[in-house]
Write a protein that binds this ligand. Structure first.
Ligand SMILES: C[S@@+](CC[C@H](N)C(=O)[O-])C[C@H]1O[C@@H](n2cnc3c(N)ncnc32)[C@H](O)[C@@H]1O
Length: 277
């Protein structure tokens, strides 16, 4: 498929489908992205046009593997270990320390749009380091990773990373302490994995089944959504937080214009949002 094989009307039909399916807003000038990400799938399944692609998805009854494949192809899974640095310093220095002083024993953390697992496993490593420094503290950490992309979640559950992916953001010291080499891969050690569970979940759907959290990471995914959807998701994330709970966004993301449920807490390391009383 090349850009010339579909017209503006078809492109708009596909834009509407993608926004309805997973919230992603495709800009007007993203024809090359659609081409590069979907041409193989469409060739393999003998789908001649975007109109036909959307029609086949719409007419599917029950399971809809084609829809999942299209979402998988169109989402960006870019991630790395300890991304942006500062959340992983604020977490132990400010938030976990506060919970320890409050003698809070169960801490639940959500990694929303967790991609291949680097974010929830980085959180679990921080929890481990915190407990080693605060030996005797009675604190248990439960980390839930959610994402819309089933294959990426499967690789997150496997927790095996090639050297290239491992090198992005991970120090040699943490690599040696928390990973075990298996041939060409390094796997996250069992104790770090045991705090983390993964669930397939679309951020556009109800959060009722996920329960309440003390800290939510929702980073580098809202940027793909419309202002309206950002507002809706931020208000629903606020309702999932326990009183005084914290929210981390990506370093280039902000809630200004989209939510007034949070106070911005500035620390020397960076900013985190706290649910208003
Ligand atoms: C760029 S990655 C961000 C990963 C991680 N949070 C980080 O900051 O490094 C974006 C992730 O959002 C997921 N995603 C996109 N739309 C979603 C939706 N509607 N519901 C849940 N996850 C979604 C994608 O599958 C992808 O794994």
């Amino acid at each position: 498929m090349t850009a010339s094989q579909y017209n503006q009307e078809e492109y708009q039909l596909f834009q509407a489908f993608l926004e309805n399916a997973c919230g992603i807003v495709l800009g007007e000038n993203k024809h090359y992205l659609v081409n590069s990400r979907l041409s193989k799938l469409m060739r393999e399944q003998d789908i001649p046009s975007l109109t036909e692609l959307v029609a086949r998805i719409d007419s599917a009854v029950g399971m809809n593997p084609l829809k999942n494949q299209v979402i998988e192809a169109m989402t960006t899974n870019e991630t790395l270990w300890f991304r942006d640095g500062y959340p992983f310093e604020i977490l132990p220095e400010t938030i976990f320390t506060e919970y320890k002083n409050q003698k809070k024993t169960q801490i639940k953390i959500l990694s929303a749009a967790c991609s291949s697992g680097q974010e929830p496993y980085s959180i679990s490593i921080i929890a481990d380091e915190f407990m080693k420094k605060n030996f005797g503290a009675n604190m248990q950490f439960q980390i839930v990773g959610i994402d819309i992309d089933q294959p990426i979640l499967n690789s997150a559950r496997e927790a095996k990373y090639e050297s290239m992916a491992l090198a992005r953001g991970l120090s040699e010291e943490r690599k040696q302490r928390y990973f075990t080499q298996q041939g060409n891969y390094w796997q996250v050690n069992t104790d770090i994995r045991s705090r983390v569970t993964f669930r397939e979940h679309n951020l556009m759907q109800s959060y009722a089944s996920l329960g309440k959290f003390d800290v939510i990471f929702c980073r580098n995914v809202l940027i793909y959504f419309s202002a309206e959807l950002k507002k809706d998701i931020l208000s629903r994330l606020a309702s999932m937080l326990n009183p005084g709970g914290y929210l981390f966004l990506g370093s280039s993301e902000s809630i200004v214009q989209y939510s007034d449920s949070f106070n911005m807490i500035r620390t020397p390391k960076g900013a985190v949002y706290q649910l208003k009383p």
